[in-house]
Design a protein around this ligand. Structure first.
Ligand code: ATP
Ligand code: MG
Length: 547
């Protein structure tokens, strides 16, 4: 087996938090999940959501849901609604959603403060000049000719920028730090740019918008966040995060203790793409059927696929949090879902590839009810009654004319047990009606005194023909064939197969939002319109293929 082993679930962030609580640096733990409302949440976000909310819960603190809506052009209400819905679906209560745009006035106040303190300036270089003068990894940057403007001139310019006097790109507000810093992010980073654009919440009130790197630390500080968890690509931004908040604290604009940024590795999974941009492409080019297509690694898709919030929690716990980039086998996530569903999913009988079985000696017109446990290990989940009659659907692969070695199911002369029902002996196969002929032993019914004397190796599931619920079932498989897909060229052509199945009658009105187990097949969930979607098979068939 060459399945990558999941890293241990050690969580270095817990150690940081515990040290901060022990030293008294922070009295309470406040975290946040800060999505940009420019797309739907995916499995990577689930890792971050579970991490932030579970840490807050563990230390008796709170976790905010905050929309990082500082970029006016790409954001939409539809995404806001969907993100809120999915965070609630994962089981987290965040109170009221917060918005970065609610702090625009305060962010602007901070900007004027920085100008007056000589810590920022309005730069009027062209974007090309700015780019050119930034230097490179090997070469220091050069100071802007506008760097030494007086606070009065800077203030006048900033207020005119805010007042709408200039077109996009004419000026930029920059921090005044160090153009020779080895960290390029400290070379006078931009704080505000002019952008004449309508914002989904503030309308046309603003024509200057804060840069993400400026806005984010302020948002954290305003909310009293203690530990601000982000992915590794922000590591080089941490010095600016600290510089900004420290200066604002010195000016009395934000309170200590200041939030601490902590970076962790983002989640990468085999066989999927976790990037909003690539997911948008799949939806827009109609490779999938909308944002909640059960094959997509979106949370909306996961819900329709039958994945459970608890499965995501177990997954987050199992993969842990580390500073080293993680590539996790998709099978680890599936195992977590399978394990959880095994505990909670009621068992049902469903025939996915139907072949008729006729019990020739069963009295014509007779039917009876057999009692079936809903979960073999959990008697508390109760029992149900399933109708049995002389004509049943069985799986086509449960019958063979000439059995291969080690085959214990139906073939002429062999006996098997119909699960929870009778033992039947196969007496032949009828080509004209494409049906298997059997005789049953009337004293062999499961649970009755005589049943024990029948020793059979095969035990197959069935559905009574007269009572069956004919239903569409969708067999989903991985969206990408390739372990490391780059794009649509690696799509798995067989990621969805639609079949006509025969289900036990009780499934006709199944509307539960948790999956059931179709015995011997896997876990399936009722979808809108009454069809069933396969969540996951009972065993991992991908690992087996690879070896
Ligand atoms: P994408 O890269 O897919 O566009 P993003 O990082 O731009 O995602 P945001 O809305 O900015 O998405 O992310 C919200 C939060 O989710 C951030 O704190 C980010 O660190 C976290 N996050 C996003 N993707 C992952 C991932 N793959 N693993 C862990 N956390 C992630
Ligand atoms: Mg982002």
């Amino acid at each position: 087996m060459n399945k990558p082993q999941p890293p241990s679930a050690s969580n270095f962030i817990k150690q940081v938090i515990e040290a901060d609580l022990a030293s008294g640096k922070h009295k309470a733990v406040v975290t946040r999940f800060p999505p940009e409302p420019n797309g739907y949440l995916h499995f990577g976000h689930a890792k971050s959501i579970v991490l932030n909310f579970e840490l807050a819960k563990r230390y008796g603190g709170r976790c905010n849901l905050r929309f990082d809506d500082t970029n006016p052009e790409k954001e939409e209400q539809e995404y806001v609604d969907s993100i809120e819905e999915m965070v609630r679906w994962l089981g987290y209560d965040y109170g009221k959603a917060l918005y970065a745009s609610d702090y625009f006035d305060f962010m602007y106040e901070c900007a004027e403060h920085l100008l007056q303190a000589g810590l920022a300036y309005v730069d009027s270089q062209t974007p090309e000049e700015m780019q050119h003068n930034r230097g490179s990894f090997t070469e220091a940057g050069r100071n802007s000719p506008y760097r030494d403007r007086t606070p009065e001139e800077n203030l006048r310019l900033l207020r005119s920028m805010k007042g709408g006097k200039y077109p996009d790109g004419a000026h930029v507000l920059r921090a005044r730090i160090d153009m020779a810093s080895p960290n390029i992010n400290m070379r006078d980073p931009a704080l505000y740019r002019i952008k004449h654009a309508e914002h989904h919440r503030t309308g046309d009130k603003w024509c200057i918008y804060p840069m993400y790197t400026y806005a984010h630390p302020i948002e954290d500080a305003v909310e009293g966040v203690s530990h601000s968890l982000c992915t590794l690509e922000f590591e080089d931004q941490r010095p600016f995060y600290d510089w900004l908040l420290d200066n604002l604290a010195q000016g009395g604009l934000v309170k200590r203790p200041l939030p601490q940024q902590i970076e962790f590795a983002r989640l990468n999974l085999t066989h999927v793409l976790l990037s909003k941009r690539k997911l948008i492409q799949l939806v827009e080019e109609r490779h999938v059927d909308g944002w909640d297509d059960p094959r997509l690694p979106t949370l909306a898709g996961a819900r329709r696929r039958g994945y459970t919030p608890e499965g995501f929690r177990r997954f987050a716990e199992r993969i842990g949090v580390s500073k080293a980039n993680q590539l996790i086998d998709f099978g680890v996530l599936e195992d977590c879902m399978r394990e959880h569903l095994n505990e909670i999913a009621p068992r049902r009988m469903a025939v996915l590839d139907p072949l008729k079985l006729v019990i020739t000696n069963y009295p014509a017109g007779k039917e009876e009810l057999v009692e079936v446990p809903n979960h073999p290990q959990k008697p508390e989940m109760g029992r149900r009654q399933v109708p049995l009659s002389g004509e049943l659907w069985i799986e086509r692969e449960d019958y063979q004319d000439t059995p291969p070695k080690g085959y214990f199911r139906l073939y002429p002369g062999n006996t098997v047990r119909l699960r929870y029902g009778y033992v039947v002996k196969c007496v032949g196969y009828d080509n004209a009606t494409d049906s298997v002929r059997c005789e049953y032993f009337a004293d062999s019914r499961s649970g009755t005194a005589g049943a024990d004397k029948y020793k059979v190796k095969g035990n197959i599931h069935w559905v009574s023909v007269r009572h069956a619920h004919a239903c569409e079932v969708r067999l989903y498989d991985r969206l990408f064939q390739a372990e490391h897909p780059q794009g649509v060229e690696h799509l798995n052509e067989h990621s969805m197969k639609t079949i006509a199945a025969q289900l036990e009658p009780g499934l006709k009105n199944e509307t539960s939002d948790t999956a059931v187990q179709f015995e011997r097949h896997g876990y399936f969930i009722a979808d809108r319109g009454g069809a069933f979607n396969r969540t996951v098979t009972l065993r991992d068939s991908w690992t087996a293929q690879k070896t």
